[in-house]
Write a new protein. Structure first.
Length: 103
């Protein structure tokens, strides 16, 4: 499945819409998108995950990268993650660093 990460910035809120699978082969594209969001001065990062079908361990590391890149003062929310994706985030304990929000 093809991967896509689309960035929109509105009122200091960066939104990244993910589609496909976030894994080792697609992490670089996600990192580039997060870098653009961080460079915008956003105070909040919303990751729309409704169309994210799979999150590998490399994908989870990418979310950790996003937390580090955006800085501690930026709220990060993952919205609409499927149960398998949300379970991966919870099992790693990363739900304590970001907000998991139902769609």
């Amino acid at each position: 499945m093809a991967f896509d990460a689309r960035l929109r910035i509105n009122d200091n809120i960066a939104t990244i819409e993910l589609e496909g699978e976030l894994d080792a082969s697609t992490a670089g594209e996600f990192h580039d998108t997060v870098g653009r969001a961080a460079g915008s001065g956003a105070v909040e990062l919303v990751i729309r995950a409704e169309q994210l079908g799979y999150l590998s361990s490399a994908g989870l590391r990418s979310l950790i990268f996003a937390r580090q890149k955006m800085g501690d003062g930026v709220r990060i929310a993952v919205v609409g993650a499927s149960e398998p994706v949300a379970r991966t985030i919870r099992l790693a304990g990363f739900d304590h660093s970001i907000h998991l929000v139902d769609a």
